[in-house]
Design a protein around this ligand. Structure first.
Ligand code: PGA
Length: 252
């Protein structure tokens, strides 16, 4: 049984004050959480203040990136132990924006994966094809190589802590959502790939989130798909009303 996870990726939005106010409002709006896990990923500056607001409540805290060394002369970077102590329990790794603008590769995703696991954080590993790759019929190939590259040398016991996020690049921030059929096809494929590599049992418990223009009005049809176990939400996670509606997809 996979408990759905709805995670909000705030990207480079919200100052400390805005983040804290938002977190307070979100706690109120979301109320009780049943049968779903909810998380938010504020910018680094707001992680700890937001952790203080969320403490003891049902919303979990995620970081948007992690560096692979624990400490040292790495100006501008943030390590796993720092994130864990700041209150994070999850970390997004390999988001397509990091791949596109900051030189992220499958190899660096893999290094971050191990840093997250060492710090006791659950990595949310993002994979997904570009529009050109989809049009060239390379979707499964791209997803397989990102999955294999990102998870290189991870054993079954480690995969147990990992969350996968399938985010077709052409659907991120564009308002174009993959249809439930398009998303489900790739989610099913990812599940099969995990089963081949790590066994059926692990594939059955590993959550695969969908990301890319998730909104209150498409979350239910996406969540109705057998292999979609939650969502990584960008734009619609920046407003309390829309994120609370997405997180409450299973209410009423
Ligand atoms: P979006 O972003 O919901 O704004 O498309 C999703 C993401 O980048 O995780």
């Amino acid at each position: 049984m996979r408990i759905p996870l709805i995670a909000g990726n705030w990207k480079m939005h919200k100052t400390v004050r805005e983040s804290v106010d938002f977190a307070r409002g979100l706690l109120e709006a979301i109320g009780e959480v049943n049968g779903v896990e909810v998380a938010v990923a504020p910018p680094f500056t707001a992680l700890h203040p937001v952790a203080e607001v969320l403490k003891g409540g049902p919303i979990r805290l995620a970081a948007q990136n992690i560096f692979w060394e624990e400490s040292g002369a790495y100006t501008g970077e943030t390590s796993g132990p720092m994130l864990a102590e700041a209150g994070c329990s999850l970390v997004i790794i390999g988001h397509s924006e990091r791949r596109q603008y900051f030189g992220e590769t499958d190899e660096t995703v893999n290094r971050r994966l191990f840093a997250a696991l060492a710090a006791g954080l659950h990595p949310i590993v993002c994979i997904g094809e570009t529009l050109e790759q989809r049009q060239a019929g390379q979707t499964f190939e791209v997803v397989t190589s990102q999955l294999e590259g990102g998870l290189t040398n991870a054993g079954a016991d480690q995969i147990g802590s990992v969350v996968i996020a399938y985010e077709p690049v052409w659907a991120i921030g564009t308002g174009v959502t993959a249809t439930p059929e398009q998303a489900e096809e790739v989610h099913h494929f990812i599940g099969q790939t995990l089963a081949e590599r790590y066994g059926e049992g692990l594939a059955q418990t590993t959550r695969i989130l969908y990301g890319g223009s998730v909104k209150p009005d498409n979350i239910r049809e996406l969540m109705a798909c057998e292999n979609i176990d939650g969502a990584l939400v960008g734009g619609a996670s920046l407003e309390i009303e829309s994120f609370a509606a997405i997180a409450g997809f299973n209410k009423g």
